[in-house]
Design a protein around this ligand. Sequence first.
Ligand SMILES: NC(=O)c1ccc[n+]([C@@H]2O[C@H](COP(=O)([O-])OP(=O)(O)OC[C@H]3O[C@@H](n4cnc5c(N)ncnc54)[C@H](O)[C@@H]3O)[C@@H](O)[C@H]2O)c1
Length: 357
Amino acid sequence: MTESLGSRPDQQDDAAEQPSPRQPRNGPATVSQIVRSERPDLETAPRIVVTGGAGFLGSWLCDAALDKGYRVVCFDNFATGTNDNIDLLADRPGFEFFEGDVCAGLQVGGPVDIVFHLASPASPPQYLRLPVETLKVGSVGTLNALELARGKKARFLLASTSEVYGDPLEHPQRETYFGNVNPVGPRAVYDEAKRFAEALTVAYRTKYGVDTAIARIFNTFGPRMLGDDGRVVPTFLTQALTNSPLTVFGDGSQTRSICYVTDTIAGLLALAESEIHGPVNIGNPTELTVLQLAERIKEITGSRSSISFVGLPIDDPKVRCPDITLARTELGWEPQVSVDEGLKLAAEWLESTLDLD
Ligand SMILES: NC(=O)c1ccc[n+]([C@@H]2O[C@H](COP(=O)([O-])OP(=O)(O)OC[C@H]3O[C@@H](n4cnc5c(N)ncnc54)[C@H](O)[C@@H]3O)[C@@H](O)[C@H]2O)c1
């Protein structure tokens, strides 16, 4: 956000329409009680809404935004998120949680300065398990989140994805590349939902003047990713930590670029606080083959695992690497955490959650 440290003057305080917050497991106080009794300064702090805040990226975003002095209103229906992530946030002053499906509508009382729309299954096993829900949250859910931003005159940030590039024919991928997506393949439920969400976001800017931004997030990893999430880093880490074979798809020559979570979150906040509309790639341009990644994870964890090769999923991208020139020049943002450093942190966290006896 460029200008305000307080609420925007054009916002009405319509607290009457605010639904009742769910009682967080570890934090019985509501945000209004906390604001009044402990942190009076929070009453004027800028306020953001995070959909999908019980998920991996969403919970990190809520944490980082609270650290920066924002008040945070989080929405989630736990389709793929966890109560543990909310429990980590529940006691923090300025945090408020509502359980609900963004496709059913999004009503928030009081001022809102930024809407971050992250709600969506994101890992392939999850969006393949929830194909219709994924398309719905990308379309109806995005519409509702945009309507909230429009009504509150808030900035809107869409968490889009590098998957809009599909199996790319341009490498590395710049924001100007239109992508190569199979609209009827299994991955389409996610890829096309995000492509639709991007188009809708642009339409709300051109038709209604909503101040929008689109972040195209590349593969992000780190603590709080569940071992059975299904994405490549937690899968390899779990396999390595349990000395099970690392399952590499195909011959492992396909490439991936993985970004540590705190870097991605810093990128999302930098974009939200800028006046840039995007799309902007947010990712780490260090490119590794999947086989190199497996070997590096074996080394970092000191694992005795072997590597086994399994069939390549349909439409699996052969290459993936962001061109982050735009983020570097327009946002002054680039990743700070090396891949090895990030993998060590993620491995330590995952190890602490696994029963390795
Ligand atoms: N993590 C990545 O590498 C990555 C890469 C590109 C894009 N993204 C995008 O970032 C966002 C967050 O991804 P993540 O990795 O944290 O995934 P995640 O699955 O951990 O989090 C998504 C959250 O959205 C919630 N959700 C899903 N449908 C909902 C609905 N209808 N109503 C309310 N809440 C709903 C889930 O319960 C979950 O808490 C997603 O939009 C994803 O597409 C993530």
